[in-house]
Design a protein around this ligand. Structure first.
Ligand code: ADP
Length: 610
C-alpha cells in the first residue's frame, strides 16, 4: 500500500534569517572552519615575515664585509616560510572547498525534501521554473559563497593587517600609509558593494525571468506550435536574453571601475616614498625599506580579492534569503502522523463545506451531502462549477476553509494523511506519466508489485492488450509526458495504477471527450471494472456514466443545486436538464423504458455490460 511521503532526513535548521540558517548548517562542520581559520591565520603571518627576512638579507649583503651567514639564514627562513605556507594554504583551501561542497549538498537536500512536503497550495502558486532556478542556481551560490567567497575573505584579512602591525617595527611613522589605506579601503569597498548590489540583483532577476520563460514555452510547446506563435515567442525570449546581457554588462562596468585598485597603487607609491625619505634621513636601512615595501605589497591580495569575494558572499546571502522564502512558505497541511490510520470503508460526507483557492473568493459554497460506502456518484455541472475542486477536498489535496469533509465519519483532518491518501485514488483529467517504463508507471503507487500483479491490474483496466502491442511491452519507456501514448491509453494506465493500490475511494476526473468512440467504450469498461466495490466519484458529462451512477450531484457556481437519481433529477431539476440541453418534454426520452435517443440506449447497454 502506498504510504505518505516521509522525508529521508529531517533538517532542523534555524530558518529565521539567512545568517542563522546558514550558520545552523555550517556549525556541523565547525572543525573544518577551525582548520580554515588556522590556515588563513598562519598563511598571513608567514607572508608577513617573508618580506622582513628578505630585508634582512639585503642588510646582510650590503654590510661591509657582507655577512654571508646572515644571507644564508634569511634565505633559509624565506624558503622555510614558503614551504610552511604551502602546507597552510592547502589546509585552508581544502577545508573551505569541503565546507562549500557539503553546504551545497545539505542545502539542496533540505530544499528538495521541503519541496516534496509542500502543500498543493504552494505548488499551485509558484511556477516550476522559479523553483528550479532556486533549486539549481541559488543552491550553487551557497557553495560559491564559501569557496572561493568566504575562503578568500578570511584568507586575505590577515594580509590587510600585517603591514599595519609589522610596519611600525621599522619606524613608528610607518604606521601612516597602512593606516590610511585601511580606512580608505573600507570606505571604498563599502561604496563599491553598495553600488554593485542592485546591479547583481538585476542580473539574477533577469536570469530568473529568462529561465522561467523558456521553461514555460517548452512546457507549452504544443500550444505554441498549434497557434503558430514560434516567431513571436522567439522574439520574446530574445528580449529577455538582451535584458540579461544588459544587466551583466552594467555589472561588469561597475566592477571595472574598481577604485580600491587605484588606491592600492597610490598607497604603494606613497609607502615607498615615505620609507625612502626615512632612509635618506638615516632612520632606516636599505633592508628596512625593502622589507617595508614588501609588506605593503601584501595589500595587493585583499584589494584584488575584494573585487568579487565580498560580492560573492553577499550573493550567497541573497540566495539564502531566496531559498528561505520557499522553505518558509506556510504549509498549512498537517500530516497528522498521530491521526486515525485504520482500514477505510468509504463513506463520504460533506458538511457545509466552503473552500476557495484565494481568501474571500469561495469556489465551493456550503456543500453538504452524504454517500455510503460503495456508491457510484456522478458529479455534473457546467465548467468552472467547482467539480474538480470538490473531489480534491476528499484526499486533502486542499483543506476546507469552513465546514468539514468526513470519511467513515471521521474528519479528514483527523486522519493520518498517509493512511487517508493511500486508500483514495484520484485520476486527473490530464494523466501524468513519468518518463519510465510502463510497468513502473503502473506500479508507481506500489513499487514492490510483482509482474503478475501489474498485469492483472492492466487487464482489469483494459490496458493489457495495447501494452503488449508496444515495442517492448511492459518495459517500453513512456515519453516525458507520455506523448507516445494516446489520451485513452494514458487514462487506462492510470486506471491500472489505481487498481493496483486497491483504494476504497476512487475518483475520476473524466476527460474522455476527445477520444474516439471505440476507445471510449474500452475506457468505459475499464472504469466500470476498476470501480467495482469502491466508492466512486466520477466527474463526467457522459450519459452512460451518469446513468451508471447511483447518485448524482449537480453543481453550479460552487453550490450544490440538486442531488438525486438520474430519473428524479430529470423530472425536478432545471439545471440538470439544461446540461443535456433538453426541454422538459424531451427529458422523458432519456428515461428508461422508452425508445430513447441512441446515446441513451447505448449507455444502457454499457451499464449492463459490466
Ligand atoms: P470544474 O471542475 O467544475 O470545471 P474547477 O473545480 O476546476 O471547476 O474550478 C472551479 C473554480 O476554481 C474555477 O473558477 C477555477 O478557475 C478555479 N480554480 C480551479 N483550480 C484552481 C487553482 N489551482 N487555483 C486557483 N483557482 C482555481
Amino acid at each position: 500500500m502506498a504510504t505518505e511521503f516521509v522525508p529521508p532526513r529531517v533538517y532542523r535548521t534555524d530558518r529565521r534569517s539567512p545568517l542563522r540558517w546558514l550558520w545552523s548548517h555550517a556549525r556541523r562542520h565547525s572543525w573544518l572552519f577551525l582548520l580554515m581559520f588556522l590556515g588563513a591565520l598562519g598563511n598571513g603571518l608567514a607572508m608577513g615575515f617573508i618580506p622582513m627576512w628578505t630585508g634582512r638579507a639585503f642588510d646582510a649583503l650590503t654590510s661591509h664585509p657582507p655577512r654571508w651567514e646572515g644571507v644564508l639564514r634569511a634565505a633559509g627562513m624565506v624558503a622555510g616560510l614558503y614551504a610552511l605556507r604551502a602546507g597552510l594554504m592547502l589546509m585552508r583551501n581544502f577545508s573551505a572547498e569541503t565546507i562549500a561542497q557539503r553546504m551545497e549538498r545539505d542545502v539542496r537536500d533540505e530544499f528538495y525534501t521541503a519541496l516534496l512536503g509542500k502543500s498543493m497550495a504552494f505548488h499551485d502558486r509558484i511556477p516550476v521554473g522559479e523553483i528550479m532556478a532556486r533549486a539549481t542556481n541559488d543552491v550553487r551560490e551557497i557553495n560559491l559563497m564559501f569557496a572561493p567567497g568566504l575562503n578568500l575573505v578570511v584568507g586575505s584579512l590577515m594580509f590587510l593587517f600585517m603591514p599595519l602591525v609589522l610596519g611600525p617595527r621599522y619606524h613608528p611613522a610607518l604606521v601612516a600609509v597602512p593606516g590610511v589605506f585601511l580606512v580608505g579601503y573600507v570606505v571604498l569597498l563599502f561604496l563599491y558593494l553598495r553600488a554593485l548590489a542592485p546591479l547583481s540583483m538585476q542580473v539574477r532577476k533577469t536570469f530568473g525571468r529568462l529561465s522561467t520563460h523558456i521553461n514555460e514555452v517548452l512546457d507549452g510547446i504544443e500550444t505554441v506550435k498549434a497557434l503558430g506563435q514560434e516567431d513571436y515567442e522567439i522574439q520574446r525570449v530574445e528580449r529577455r536574453t538582451r535584458a540579461y546581457r544588459d544587466a551583466v554588462i552594467r555589472q561588469g562596468y561597475e566592477e571595472a571601475k574598481f577604485w580600491p585598485f587605484l588606491f592600492f597603487s597610490i598607497a604603494l607609491a606613497a609607502g615607498a616614498f615615505h620609507s625612502l625619505y626615512l632612509f635618506w634621513q638615516g632612520h632606516l636601512s636599505v633592508g628596512d625599506v625593502v622589507g617595508y615595501v614588501g609588506l605593503l605589497q601584501l595589500l595587493r591580495f585583499p584589494t584584488f580579492v575584494s573585487q568579487f569575494a565580498y560580492a560573492q558572499v553577499a550573493l550567497g546571502l541573497a540566495s539564502a534569503r531566496r531559498l528561505l522564502e520557499h522553505l518558509n512558505f506556510e504549509t498549512p497541511l498537517d500530516h497528522n502522523p498521530q491521526g486515525y490510520a485504520g482500514a477505510m470503508r468509504g463513506d463520504v460526507e460533506f458538511r457545509d463545506v466552503w473552500f476557495g483557492y484565494e481568501p474571500d473568493k469561495p469556489v465551493l459554497k456550503g456543500i453538504s451531502f452524504r454517500v455510503r460506502a460503495g456508491m457510484r456518484v456522478a458529479i455534473v455541472g457546467p465548467t468552472g462549477a467547482g467539480k474538480s475542486t470538490l473531489v480534491k477536498l476528499i484526499n486533502r489535496t486542499y483543506d476546507v476553509d469552513r465546514g468539514a469533509v468526513l470519511v467513515d465519519g471521521i474528519d479528514v483532518r483527523d486522519w493520518n494523511l498517509g493512511a487517508l491518501r493511500s486508500q483514495i485514488a484520484i485520476i486527473e483529467q490530464d494523466v501524468f506519466l513519468f518518463s519510465r517504463s510502463v510497468r513502473e508507471n503502473i506500479a508507481f503507487g506500489k513499487p514492490d508489485a510483482t509482474q503478475e500483479e501489474v498485469e492483472t491490474a492492466a487487464r482489469w483496466a483494459q490496458a493489457h492488450q495495447f501494452i503488449l502491442n508496444l515495442p517492448r511491452g511492459y518495459d517500453s519507456r513512456v515519453g516525458e509526458r507520455g506523448v507516445a501514448l494516446s489520451g485513452g491509453q494514458r487514462q487506462r494506465i492510470a486506471l491500472a495504477r489505481a487498481f493496483l493500490t486497491d483504494p476504497r475511494i476512487l475518483i475520476l476526473d473524466d476527460a474522455t471527450s476527445a477520444i474516439d468512440s471505440e476507445t471510449e467504450d474500452e475506457i468505459q469498461k475499464a472504469i466500470f471494472q476498476v470501480a467495482r466495490g469502491r466508492t466512486t466519484f466520477i466527474i463526467t458529462h457522459r450519459l452512460s456514466q451518469i446513468r451508471w451512477a447511483d447518485w448524482i450531484l449537480v453543481l453550479e457556481g460552487g453550490r450544490l443545486v440538486a442531488q438525486g437519481t438520474h430519473e428524479d433529477l430529470l423530472r425536478t431539476c432545471e439545471v440538470y436538464r439544461r446540461l443535456f440541453q433538453l426541454p422538459l418534454a424531451d427529458a422523458a426520452l432519456l428515461l428508461p423504458g422508452r425508445n430513447g435517443g441512441h446515446r441513451a440506449s447505448t449507455a444502457e447497454e454499457d451499464g449492463k455490460e459490466t
